[in-house]
Design a protein around this ligand. Sequence first.
Ligand code: NOS
Ligand code: ZN
Length: 375
Amino acid sequence: MSVVLTEPSAGPPVTPEQARLAPKVLLHDHLDGGLRPQTIVELAAEIGHELPETDAEALGAWFARMADSGSLVSYLETFDHTVAVMQTGPALTRIARECVEDLAADGVVYAEVRYAPEQHVENGLTLDEVVAAVQEGFEQGMEASRSDGGPGIVLRQLLTAMRHQARSREIAELSVAWRDRGVAGFDIAGAEAGYPPTRHLDAFEYLQRENSHFTIHAGEAFGLPSIWEAIQWCGADRLGHGVRIIDDITVADDGSVELGRLAAYVRDNRIPLEMCPASNVQTGAATSIAEHPIGLLTRLRFRVTVNTDNRLMSSTSMTSEFTHLAEAFGYGLRDLEWFTVNAMKSAFLPFDERLAIIADVIKPRYAALAGSDEA
Ligand SMILES: O=c1[nH]cnc2c1ncn2[C@@H]1O[C@H](CO)[C@@H](O)[C@H]1O
Ligand SMILES: [Zn+2]
């Protein structure tokens, strides 16, 4: 049976300025993929880590160029230089605080930021010390964002386990131990091919028994089997990327659309897709923003959310993602609000807190923007 396609909302596409002012929610952002180039330069000089470029601007361009490789594996190699400067408590706290500042300046009101604690223990920090150092930075940043008396930005950590390693159960336990102190959930990341999510079933079953939340990077570099395992074997609450769900959707010559069983399951169960358009173009998971499956998935009313993935490697921001999507698909303020409410509904935050941010921050600020647009 074919399914109904919706049109983008009426109204002019948003301008970059409107995209910047609009309140935004970010569920998929890597702490080690979002450092300021200047901070990398300074921290690398302190510890004697050799960088490919020592000028901040040139270094930022180097990351974007190297990450623009068309392959997830080469994209991930650039993280060697960020992870290298994230091995002490003060460095992690600084990077976490700057992350909050940068997201707040971008108009983000709620964010879940992830990283893999196991990658930050090279100099002897314990896993607990890593999480504590990041939390300290997030708290400093959140507090500073409230200095004008407003609601400020709310940040939570997601703890990632690397899918090619064997520490996922331990990291899952770490996320449960910290769940009332700033950690909202768990994730697995890293190269997808050869490392299916079921390799970490023990961690996911543990989290389910603990009534805990998790997302899984799936359907980015690898296709439907990875999405199917993530949902039907591992019980993922959300999908990191999930772009390849498009492989289970058929568009006929007359434009009618049919969903396969997995795509229908994902849509019917409102499973959130953490889509990261700029990152997908770089790793080759999509050919361009205009051809990105997010266009069709949005028209099919999947639970689509828009995310940055790695702001440094993809030289992106939430404002930039929304601006490019508006250019490609004509999205107006109502569409941006829809993505934002979708993301807030899908956050690993208690229900009351999600509703409060939607009612007190997102809705009024979109209404005010729409009002100033008509005036
Ligand atoms: O798009 C992605 N797909 C898979 N893994 C990723 C992606 N972006 C970053 N990482 C991996 O996640 C680790 C923890 O943050 C990063 O070090 C990187 O290896
Ligand atoms: Zn990611």
